[in-house]
Design a protein around this ligand. Structure first.
Ligand code: PGA
Length: 246
């Protein structure tokens, strides 16, 4: 899977150019599950352009409940209304910039499942935590809080993305081996609960994935795809990453 997180980037015109390019190339990349995650405001446009089952789309966040007095928020049902199949949950920018805690991330994961969306659950440690040797502790806390709230069987309909915070939008990226080590921890942790879910779980890596390092990441045993941020504003780079996944 190659998923593109557009964050708070893009304009009507840019989205059209990007999605048209992806749509045209998608046929030749049918061995890759391509997912695009634009801002909420471009979901209608995305649905119009990608009326092509080869490319799926989703949103970058959601809130709890169905029809509530939560000004400025979007429910899972609303995302489904716009053809979304996926939604990011617990992205590091949501956790760290907008202070989403473990309980809220777990509740959002459950809300996504209840709405029949596939959550892409993001996990990741800060540089400080990594330096202190706490990577496993942080990742397992983030994962465990969701397992406890949503139950392991919900993970049949989920994707996990390991995104070390020190590698997102940053100058350094994890080596394929560093990423692989954490992906193996995640799979092993899931395996304590359900080996079938652990074995089939798609675990993506995110954090400065580019056309140049994508192929090496895809070669690792437990890396099943990538979550790409900044790079994919350029359709050419995003498509090169998809190509590396073939
Ligand atoms: P990046 O972001 O590829 O720009 O590092 C990835 C992400 O935040 O999902």
């Amino acid at each position: 899977m190659v998923a593109g997180n557009l964050k708070m980037h893009g304009s009507h015109t840019q989205i059209e150019t990007l999605l048209e390019a992806i749509r045209q190339e998608a046929q030749a990349l049918s061995s890759v599950d391509i997912v695009v995650l634009p801002s909420f405001v471009y979901l209608q446009q995305t649905q119009n352009i990608l009326s092509n089952p080869i490319v799926e789309w989703g949103a970058q966040n959601l809130y709890l409940g169905i029809s509530e007095a939560f000004t400025g928020e979007e429910s899972g049902a609303m995302l489904v209304d716009f053809g979304c199949q996926y939604v990011l949950v617990g992205h590091s920018e949501s956790r760290h910039v907008f202070n989403e805690d473990l309980a809220l991330v777990a509740a959002k994961f459950k809300a996504a499942i209840d709405a029949k969306l596939q959550p892409i659950l993001c996990l990741g440690e800060t540089l400080e935590e990594r330096k202190q040797g706490e990577t496993k502790k942080i990742i397992s806390q983030q994962l465990e809080s969701v397992i406890q709230a949503a139950e392991i069987k919900a993970f049949r309909h989920a994707v996990i993305a390991y995104e070390p915070i020190w590698a997102i939008d940053a100058g350094s990226t994890a080596t394929p081996e560093e990423a692989q080590d954490v992906h193996a921890i995640i799979r092993k942790w899931l395996g304590q609960y359900d080996s079938a879910i652990a074995n089939t779980m798609r675990i993506l890596y995110g954090g400065r994935v580019e056309a140049d390092n994508a192929a090496d990441l895809f070669r690792m045993a437990d890396i099943d795809g990538v979550l790409v941020g900044g790079e994919w504003l350029e359709a050419k780079s995003f498509l090169a990453i998809c190509q590396a996944a073939c």
